[in-house]
Design a protein around this ligand. Structure first.
Ligand SMILES: Cc1cc2nc3c(=O)[nH]c(=O)nc-3n(C[C@H](O)[C@H](O)[C@H](O)COP(=O)(O)OP(=O)(O)OC[C@H]3O[C@@H](n4cnc5c(N)ncnc54)[C@H](O)[C@@H]3O)c2cc1C
Length: 438
């Protein structure tokens, strides 16, 4: 950023990774005048996690201009049912909380969703470079920043004409490429789970169409996500419990289904039509989210947990927040000074970190049983024909839990405070430990 030519716009941004965070950011920056190069290794396995979206994603899809296309290959998700035990199911529908919460979400086949976002980015003027990009630490000219595109990566984008980008964005997901190159540690979450999942056809559905099911098992929990033709079934459990189920991911998933009466009734005579994918040890937040001339978005910055499905929302929202932080320099002739850029990135990083922490806190209520205990206590407290005051109070509480879990207001101080207060003083003798997810 030293030479005169380098102080003139448009802002040159290199984004590494075309998952939801990278492609969404590319669209938003290009649309407002950024000069964007999006490197992607084209890795799209048949199965990718991130299929169930929260309602707060839908307004972002509208902004990106891909809601209609997403709807064409996805299933509308009206809500979520929590199966605490075979006889205890709590169903939540998003439209109950509208308009504060968007009234629906989608269940998406992820490879197709990612392809749609990438196609939109290209149509928005983003330069797509199909290669596995490599970053390296800078040594010669520190004012250029801490990170640079490796020579072969820069050469793979001839339109850059050998000029380094003003900003490098790490959107490589859990690969955390920038963090690895700069040896940046991550704060790990408390759970060391493994998840196995696959798609099934010919299953028997026992809930509203599109409703996502989360079921507590003897060990861990499972998800059922209805797609257009298929059902995605996943199990999430500790490493030791997983090992007890079998040696291979296939054995483990099959055994988990066979030994769970509810899951086996859903699968019935259905057939697994894909391989079994595995993810492990995913809870982490990077200790640094940016440095001079570079920044992280999406999972590369932090990933919480599959519980409550916040991942794609956090990825898309990080793209929105970063694009907003860079807005003053998009479409302008002048680019930010290193100090200006640093301060814009720092304010984005603070917001994204606050969001990640809020989701960490919320997910803990599910795992340690406090949320289930609160629901049970609430039921006991409500008579068959509740009066106005009790009904209003219950609606108020449910609405704030909805605001938190839908992504509409997960960082809200009031909603979080209310949940903290209730789970401390409102459990009315119900023991959360009995409802915890092991
Ligand atoms: C078990 C499990 C279940 C989950 N379930 C859900 C769910 O139901 N709903 C939900 O919203 N989220 C879920 N998630 C989280 C969700 O998958 C992620 O949060 C989301 O995919 C993050 O998007 P991203 O763009 O940050 O990263 P990614 O989706 O990981 O995209 C990164 C992209 O970068 C590319 N790439 C990587 N390295 C390079 C390189 N060097 N050069 C070029 N390209 C590169 C990759 O090929 C990939 O396309 C789940 C996660 C786990 C672990």
């Amino acid at each position: 950023m030293n030479s005169d030519a380098d102080t003139l716009g448009p802002l040159r941004v290199a984004i590494i990774g075309a998952g939801p965070s990278g492609s969404a950011l590319a669209i938003l920056l290009a649309r407002h005048g950024g000069d964007v190069t999006l490197f992607d290794d084209g890795r799209r396995p048949d199965l990718l996690v991130g299929e169930s979206l929260v309602p707060a994603v839908v307004p972002i899809l509208k902004t990106l201009g891909i809601e209609e296309e997403t709807a064409s290959f996805s299933r509308v998700k009206p809500g979520v049912s929590f199966v605490w035990s075979p006889t205890d199911r709590v169903s939540v529908t998003f439209n109950r909380f509208a308009p504060a919460v968007f009234p629906y979400a989608y269940n998406v086949p992820r490879p197709r969703f990612d392809d749609a976002l990438l196609a939109k980015a290209i149509a928005s003027g983003v330069r797509h470079v199909a290669t596995r990009a490599r970053l390296q630490p800078t040594t010669a000219d520190e004012s250029r920043g801490e990170l640079a595109l490796a020579p072969e990566t820069l050469a793979a984008a001839p339109a850059l004409d050998g000029r380094p980008p003003h900003l490098i964005v790490d959107a490589t997901g859990r690969g955390r490429h920038a963090a690895r190159v700069l040896a940046i540690p991550a704060r790990l979450g408390p759970r060391k789970d493994v998840a196995h999942f696959a798609h099934f056809e010919g299953f028997r559905w026992d809930d509203a169409p599109g409703q996502v099911l989360i079921a507590r098992g003897e060990a861990g929990w499972s998800w059922c996500i209805p797609l257009q033709e298929r059902l995605s079934i996943g199990i999430v459990l500790g490493q030791d419990d997983a090992a007890r189920l079998g040696r291979t991911p296939e054995e483990r998933l099959e055994r988990a289904i066979a030994t769970d009466p509810w899951l086996s009734s859903i699968v019935g005579d259905g057939k697994r039509v894909t391989g079994v994918a595995t993810y492990a040890n995913y809870q982490m937040i990077s200790e640094r989210g940016h440095g001079r001339g570079w920044v992280m978005v999406g999972d590369a910055f932090g990933f919480i947990d599959p519980m409550l499905s916040p991942g794609v929302f956090l990825a898309l929202r990080s793209a929105e927040l970063l694009a907003a932080a860079l807005a003053p320099w998009l479409g302008r002739r002048a680019i930010p000074s290193p100090a200006e850029l640093d301060s814009a990135l720092a304010s984005y990083v603070d917001l994204q970190r606050a969001m990640l922490s809020a989701w960490f806190e919320l997910v803990a209520y599910l795992y340690d049983g406090r949320l289930a205990a609160l629901i049970q206590a609430g039921r006991g407290w409500m008579p068959k024909n509740p009066g106005f005051v009790k009904r209003t109070m219950q609606e108020h509480i449910a609405r704030h839990v909805g605001l938190l879990a839908s992504g509409a207001a997960t960082t809200s101080r009031y909603s979080r405070g209310l949940l903290r207060l209730l789970s401390r003083y409102g459990l009315r003798g119900v023991d959360p430990a009995e409802l915890a997810i092991r």
